[in-house]
Write a protein of this length. Structure first.
Length: 642
């Protein structure tokens, strides 16, 4: 709990910095909304500054003293300025995300929290080990915009996972406060609680508040940017809202590539508004430069490191280091497994060419978010078996339809509706993951709250919002929080809890404490965050460095690993279907005298770059080039014989 407290104090300090930076621009925003915006801008500024500190050799070794000193100054500024006109009811609305978030932060991440362990915390941990932000070639996610992820560097430093996840808790609280304040400003004080409950009790928001995912933080940057665009278009005489809008847009773009979609939407809507007569809007160069200056460092770094500003996306046009057309097709196919827009490559047809979208599925794709959320989030989205916390509910979609049918939209509502509509179109064509549109739920929650006071259908939302909120709380508690409570309250040992829920936890402990390899290649395993030694994702699709395309023999395979400095191999066979697993184990000689793979089986595996490492690995084991060190059921640790 101490780690959480340190993170919260740090966040308050940077909130003070945000308040100081924004100055007069917050004068008309009200206490609650101003508090949230200052906190978001302050943390964004910390993540931005961390980028430059981290690039310096050893920067992450001394950078903590810099950001902590600035936070201390911010605390002084915050105490001096105080917080005025804060609406206490907003705190009540934030209690659900604060509760689920704190429980999630105090419990170790499990396989349910996949991306947290795979890269959100793994990459910052690698950077801390290296003492600086450098190029992590085998984790392409390390090239994503990291304004929010950079904060995890400091959380990991003083509090491990708990200290890092506490940033997500704080962002979730700020998001709920922002929804409360924005709705109060647009529709009156009573609307604030409706918007805050609508947004803050979504299963997705409740769950992510206690993880290392950044979809809520990036989403509130994007959602608030759209809110301020609508306010600016509605009231052109409020230039401060234009400044706040582009600042938040910049941090949305600096936190995740989906922020670029928000920028396109922002530009299209504002461009259209400029063409209307008597709009009163003026666009200054500064408003264009602000978001560019904020997000540019990450995209420029990508150009330097990979040659592609949005690496590894759009490879066919922009290319990029350690990537290929084949890698791009594999990745694109994975992104297309979500939603209902298209058919995908399968085990029977692993050509990774993808299939064209069926545009007729657009309504199903959008409204399916409400009634079949399992198709929009892992695991097994194509079978609709994704975790229930991926749900975004029906309130937002009903609000969108209600405002479209009402004919009562002002410029403000029209901006929100247009922003949501265009964003959903891009989401449909790119990747239909529900996590990617958490930010859209922010303006939709405002529209739902506004409908209560401005539309004849308003009473429907007074019933629908509480029902959905209760359902969201129930789903999140039963599916996640109830399990985390036992370890968060100290009733279960943290390591024992993790070992029961992550198959790699026990082997990782052995690798860290006993084996201590110079570098280990992980096959069918990406939770390298659990390791304290250098590692490399071995599967094809992550990078071209090992050179699978040209491999034909087990010696080629071993040589490819050794060129990367790899001395050991971890192989997780639990993901391999049992018949093939048994055949591979027999071919390796790990269970008995080696029995070579049949010609047909070897040809099939070797014909696909995704799987050709399997026959090469077992043949290297059978030939003695690689030997067994220890096994953990269907998982083995191997050593390359020098």
């Amino acid at each position: 709990m101490l780690a959480v407290l340190i993170t919260f104090i740090f966040c308050l300090g940077w909130l003070g910095i945000g308040k100081g930076l924004l100055g007069k621009h917050l004068e008309h925003e009200g206490g609650t909304l101003g508090f949230s915006v200052a906190g978001l801008v302050g943390l964004g500024a910390c993540g931005w500054l961390t980028f430059f500190i981290g690039l310096l050799p050893g920067g992450l070794s001394w950078g903590l003293y810099v950001v902590a000193a600035i936070a201390a100054v911010g605390l002084g500024l915050l105490v001096k300025a105080g917080v005025r006109d804060f609406q206490p009811t907003a705190v009540v609305a934030a209690v659900p995300v604060l509760f689920t978030g704190l429980i999630g932060a105090l419990a170790p991440s499990t396989t349910l929290d996949w991306d947290t362990l795979a890269y959100h915390f793994a990459v910052p941990k690698i950077w801390l080990q290296h003492g600086q932000i450098d190029f992590v070639s085998f984790i392409h996610h390390s090239n994503f915009p990291f304004a929010v992820d950079n904060l995890f560097i400091w959380g990991l430093t003083w509090g491990g996972e708990t200290g890092a996840k506490a940033f997500s808790v704080w962002f979730a609280v700020l998001a709920v406060l922002a929804a409360f304040g924005a709705a109060s400003s647009a529709y009156g004080k009573k609307a604030g609680i409706w918007a805050a409950v609508s947004f803050g009790c979504l299963p997705m928001v409740l769950w992510l508040s206690g993880t290392g995912y950044i979809d809520v933080s990036q989403g509130v940057y994007a959602g608030l940017a759209l809110y301020y665009l609508g306010q600016w278009i509605q009231n052109p005489e409020t230039p401060s809202r234009a400044v706040l809008g582009v600042l938040l847009l910049g941090f949305a773009m600096a936190s995740k590539y989906t922020g670029l979609q928000t920028a396109i939407v922002f530009a299209l809507i504002f461009g259209f508004a400029l063409t209307r007569k008597g709009n009163g809007l003026k666009l200054s160069p500064a408003l264009v430069l602000i978001p560019i200056v904020i997000c540019a460092p990450w995209y420029m770094r990508n150009i330097v490191n990979t040659g592609n500003p949005v690496y590894p996306f759009f490879y066919s046009v922009l290319k990029g280091k350690n990537w290929s057309d084949y890698n791009a097709k594999i990745y694109a196919n994975e992104q297309q497994t979500f939603g209902v827009g298209r058919e995908i490559a399968t085990a029977e047809k692993p050509d990774y060419t993808g299939n064209p979208l069926e545009v007729s599925r657009l309504p199903h794709a959008i409204f399916g978010l409400a009634y079949q959320p399992g198709r929009y989030i892992n695991p097994a989205p194509t079978q609709g078996q994704g975790v229930p916390m991926g749900a975004l509910g029906a309130v937002g979609l009903v609000a969108l339809l209600a405002w479209l049918a009402s004919g009562r939209s002002r410029k403000f509502e029209a901006t929100l509706i247009a922003g949501v509509g265009v964003s959903l179109l891009m989401w449909f064509f790119l990747s239909q993951q529900s996590r990617y549109i958490v930010g859209l739920m922010f303006p939709l929650s405002l529209l739902a709250a506004g409908a209560i006071s401005r539309l004849s259908i308003g009473k429907v939302f007074q019933l629908l919002i509480p029902v959905q909120a209760l359902a969201g709380l129930y789903v999140t508690y039963t599916a996640v929080t109830s399990d985390q409570l036992e370890v968060a309250l100290g009733q279960t040992d943290r390591e024992a809890y993790r070992v029961r829920r992550i198959s790699f936890a026990e082997p990782a402990a052995e690798i860290n404490s006993t084996i201590k390899p110079e570098k280990i290649a992980l096959f069918d395993e990406v939770f390298g965050f659990l390791l304290d030694v250098p590692y490399f994702w071995g599967n094809p699709g992550h990078t071209t460095e090992i050179g699978y395309e040209a491999m034909e023999t087990p010696d080629d395979f071993v040589n490819g690993l050794q060129k990367q400095g790899i001395t050991h191999v971890y192989w997780n066979l639990s993901l391999t279907p049992k018949p093939l697993r048994d055949e591979l184990l027999q071919a390796s000689g790990l269970v008995s005298t080696p029995v070579p793979l049949s010609a047909e089986a070897r040809t099939n595996l070797m014909s696909d770059t995704q799987s050709k490492w399997k026959p090469l690995l077992v043949e290297a084991i059978a030939s003695g080039r690689i030997r067994l060190i220890k096994e953990f059921g269907s998982r083995v640790i191997l050593e390359i014989v020098r």
